[in-house]
Write a protein that binds this ligand. Structure first.
Ligand SMILES: Nc1ncnc2c1ncn2[C@@H]1O[C@H](COP(=O)(O)OP(=O)(O)O)[C@@H](O)[C@H]1O
Ligand SMILES: [Mg+2]
Length: 433
């Protein structure tokens, strides 16, 4: 069966369909947006026998069209730099975008919406512009110019089909860019996060090793303290009890020999020895846990300790009060502060060679500031080797301050004496003054 004769129109339609098919293939293969636009534009010019044309994308502020592809007219760089932004005004060229529909003109030079062309631009006679749409919104346009005959409806439809394909490619390219950016940001975030984790890990490890050292130190301190108490009991109480025992023996001897008056003397000696024993035991109990701290509060307990310190360290130590004191019930706060001051005074007696120590408790409405000051030789706190197991007094003070939500400051310089200052927040709501 013979095929029916084909008209010129059918041939053209076939040609267009084929071109469209090839474009679709090319568009999916091309990666780069610029080459996609140039290829598409070349097709449009060829199929419509146009002299030149352009693809423009609306700028972000919506004020202008940015010419991103051009064919058939090749201006020099200076011209392009100067004129690549076409203002979006309602003239024959930009109406396609502003009105979001195809615009045709038989002769743009005499069109009611005509507009001047920059010098050096070939005159536009026949013109066809169609919008590039994304979800029905115009994002730019394709403009074709100067086919020998005016553009007709079929050219318009052809160009609309091209425009739909190009818009999809543009969207793909935008999505791809966004994806690349998001990926980059994610990578940066991962790197940052990893670094933060690394730092946290390091500081945790450091903290753990300090804690371990402190623990050892606490065990050490306890051991030393027990040793001292044992020594005290041996030297003091034991000796006294041995004396009392001897006194009792001689009393027994005197009683059997009817030496009543002498026996009474021995009895008095035993009584006086037992009083001394009592005093010694009280002292030991006090050292173990200062009872005045619980019954009287921080200031009286520290004043008592200051007196004892003055005696055994052979250095005058004043303990003074400013403001309105309040009991600090929470979290062993008073015992932490007491031990902290003890440690600071201990350092003064061991290291400072000072002639005077002062403790000042300064209560305000919301804070308690305690300063322990000496007029000794001073030291450089930043230069204390805290890695050495033996120097844990300062670290311990800092830890105690932290535990009770306070801050520790040490001011000292060689020859200038030292101020150890701890500041803690206090609550007056439940305090009994
Ligand atoms: N009041 C002070 N005057 C002078 N030096 C001090 C004073 N307090 C601390 N230091 C110095 O800081 C060092 C660290 O103190 P510390 O951490 O308590 O450890 P330790 O007392 O076991 O040496 C001390 O060895 C001493 O050199
Ligand atoms: Mg010390």
């Amino acid at each position: 069966m013979a095929l029916p004769p084909t008209s010129e129109k059918q041939i053209q339609n076939n040609e267009w369909l084929q071109a469209l098919y090839h474009l679709a293939l090319e568009l999916t293969a091309l990666q780069n947006l610029d080459s996609v636009l140039n290829t598409a534009l070349k097709h449009c010019l060829d199929l419509t026998e146009s002299q030149f044309g352009f693809v423009g994308l609306a700028s972000e502020d919506g004020q202008a069209l940015d010419v991103v592809a051009m064919d058939g007219f090749h201006p020099d760089t200076a011209f392009y730099e100067h004129f690549h932004l076409i203002p979006l005004r309602p003239n024959v060229f930009a109406r396609a975008v502003l009105e979001n529909r195809p615009i045709r003109s038989h002769d743009a030079r005499i069109d009611p919406a005509k507009v001047g062309q920059p010098q050096g631009h070939p005159p536009v006679i026949a013109f066809l512009g169609v919008p590039l749409r994304l979800m029905d919104k115009p994002i730019g346009m394709i403009g074709l110019a100067n086919r020998p005959e005016p553009y007709d409806l079929e050219h318009e439809q052809l160009l609309m089909t091209y425009a739909a394909q190009i818009a999809i490619v543009i969207r793909n390219a935008q999505l791809y860019e966004e994806l690349k950016l998001a990926k980059k940001e994610l990578e940066i975030q991962v790197v940052n996060r990893t670094q933060q984790l690394e730092e946290a890990k390091e500081s945790l490890a450091q903290k753990a090793s300090q804690l371990q050292k402190l623990l050892n130190e606490i065990v050490d301190v306890e051991e030393r303290e027990r040793h001292r108490i044992a020594q005290d009991m041996h030297d003091g109480i034991n000796q006294l009890l041995v004396g009392a025992m001897l006194e009792l023996k001689s009393m027994q001897h005197r009683l059997t020999n009817d030496q009543v008056a002498q026996a009474e003397n021995s009895l008095q000696s035993v009584q006086s020895i037992l009083h001394q024993v009592e005093a010694e035991i009280n002292q030991i109990i006090h050292d173990l846990h200062p009872p005045s701290l619980e019954s009287l509060g921080l200031f009286p307990a520290l004043r008592r300790y200051g007196e004892k310190f003055s005696q055994y360290a052979k250095m005058p130590c004043s303990v003074q009060l400013l403001g309105d004191p309040v009991r600090l019930g929470a979290d062993n706060m008073e015992i932490h502060l007491y031990r902290l001051v003890q440690e600071a005074l201990q350092n003064i007696s061991m290291h400072s060679a000072a002639s005077q120590a002062n403790v000042l408790l300064n209560y305000s409405s919301k804070t308690l500031k305690i300063s322990v000051t000496d007029n000794g030789k001073g030291f450089d706190p930043s230069n204390v080797d805290t890695e050495r197991e033996s120097h844990l007094g300062l670290i311990g003070m800092r830890e105690r301050a932290e535990i009770i939500g306070g801050q520790l400051k040490i001011q000292s310089s060689l020859g200038e004496g030292t101020v150890v200052e701890v500041m803690v927040p206090i609550s007056r709501e439940f305090g009994d003054g």
